[in-house]
Design a binder for this molecule. Structure first.
Ligand code: NDP
Ligand code: GDR
Length: 374
């Protein structure tokens, strides 16, 4: 009679013992072309890992964030490799796992935009929720559940509606978007596979983290780009949604280091990574303009509110209700005490330095675009 609790792997690979297997350092990253994936790949390569990434086939270029690593591959033969794949394709995930035989898997791939998830709820559930299940099951299919470590990119969006602040590993979840609900499934299936199959699987519950590599439609990058373009006279006005939403914003580079630290613990556990500070969107706007010497003042209220340049009186920020969300997460403020105590993790970049780095990077990029065009 077969033992349904331990189910034998479908693929009978001849694997060494878990200890011998883990003497190699081979990472597989889903979402390697994203903000976090690119920083994590750099960090792991620096640490001597062989790094494999899953990329989606696209009709347009989607590897710009890792292009420098790819270009470097002749310098580091066989250390960086990309594989076509998708979290919606189970067969493909099994194939990649059997081929790569990773020792650590970082599941960062996702439809990660909260507002878009209201428009593509089913797709978001499929990729962000079921995609995690597919990857976990691929590990079992290949028979790697005792060999590989698994990191799930969980999120402060799980907290959603404010139940308590600051939010920690013990705060109850109350997601407020299809994205948050999909990630809730992913969170619990990761916990479940850890408990059911003894897998080393952990959730990093990460609060917002940004950088010059942040996607252009997330609010921080949208602001830093607009501030650069408005200052250079290439754009007149920045249109935003809810200016009062508050976020706990850190730097992506600090957060990917925390991901790696979680995967080096003797036992798998879930950790919050956050700064312990929160700031409204309007403060991000004010501080971004201030980097380039512009003081912003506000006039009007509600959808009529606008931000103007106090030196010239010109309106540079307006509210556009198309950016409001059907349900909003008003306040996120994380408590990173557990990660600080057990992992020795601490964020290095503070809020003002993050804003400055993003604005100056976009100013430089925007200027060089002008020069290229001339
Ligand atoms: P990005 O949006 O920058 O990157 C998402 C990545 O997922 C991209 O590489 C994207 O590929 C890939 N992807 C999208 N759909 C699929 C799919 N169907 N199959 C495989 N890969 C797919 O996100 P971040 O780097 O900011 O975030 C990384 C992870 O962390 C995400 O899961 C996000 O939800 C989570 N998270 C992020 C936080 C943040 O503040 N940044 C905070 C907490 C959690 P492509 O380039 O082709 O689009
Ligand atoms: P978030 O990030 O939803 O927190 O999810 P985003 O930057 O999109 O929004 C932050 C807050 O800003 C408000 N906002 C706007 N947002 C966008 N995108 N565009 C606007 O014009 C705008 N105006 C105001 C939003 O309403 C919101 O309150 C991010 C993603 O990276 C998720 O994948 C991740 O899980 C969470 O952070 C933690």
């Amino acid at each position: 009679m077969s033992d349904t609790h331990t189910h034998a792997p479908f693929l009978k690979l001849h694997l060494p013992s878990p200890e011998e297997y883990r003497s190699r350092k081979v990472a597989l990253i889903s979402g390697i072309t994203g903000q976090d994936g690119s920083y994590l790949a750099e960090l792991l390569l620096e640490k001597g890992y062989e790094v494999h990434g899953i990329i989606r086939r696209s009709s347009s270029f989607n590897t710009n964030r890792v292009q420098h690593l790819y270009a470097d591959q002749h310098e580091r033969p066989n250390k960086f490799k990309l594989h076509y794949g998708d979290l919606s394709d189970s067969t493909n995930l099994v194939y990649i796992l059997a081929q790569v035989l990773p020792t650590e898997i970082y599941n960062l791939g996702a439809q990660s935009h909260v507002k878009v998830s209201f428009e593509m709820a089913e797709y978001t559930a499929d990729v962000d929720g079921l995609g995690t299940l597919r990857l976990l099951d691929a590990i079992r299919t290949v028979g790697l559940e005792k060999h590989v470590r698994f990191y799930q990119a969980s999120t402060s969006e799980l907290y959603g509606k404010v139940v308590e602040t600051p939010q920690s590993e013990t705060t109850p979840f109350y997601p407020r978007s299809p994205y948050g609900v999909a990630k809730l499934y992913a969170y619990w299936i990761t916990v479940n596979y850890r408990e059911a199959y003894g897998m080393y699987a952990c959730n990093g519950i990460l609060f917002n983290h940004e950088s010059p590599r942040r996607g252009r439609t997330f609010v921080t990058r949208k602001i830093s780009r607009a501030v650069a373009d408005i200052t250079l006279g290439k754009q007149h006005c920045l249109y935003l949604g809810n200016l009062d939403a508050q976020r706990d914003w850190g730097h992506a580079k600090d957060y990917v280091e925390g991901m790696w630290m979680m995967m080096q613990q003797p036992q798998p556990e879930d950790f919050v990574l956050a700064t312990g500070e929160t700031h409204p969107v309007r403060e991000f706007v004010e501080k971004s303009f201030a980097v380039l010497g512009v003081t912003i003042k506000w006039r009007g209220s509600g959808v009529e509110e606008e931000g103007y340049n106090a030196q010239t009186g010109t309106t540079v920020v307006r509210v556009d209700p198309q950016y409001f969300r059907p349900a909003e997460v008003e306040l996120l403020l994380g408590n990173p005490t557990k990660a600080e105590r057990l992992l020795g993790w601490k964020r290095k970049v503070d809020f003002d330095s993050l804003v400055k780095e993003m604005v100056l990077a976009d100013l430089k990029a925007s200027k060089s675009l002008v020069e290229d065009q001339n």
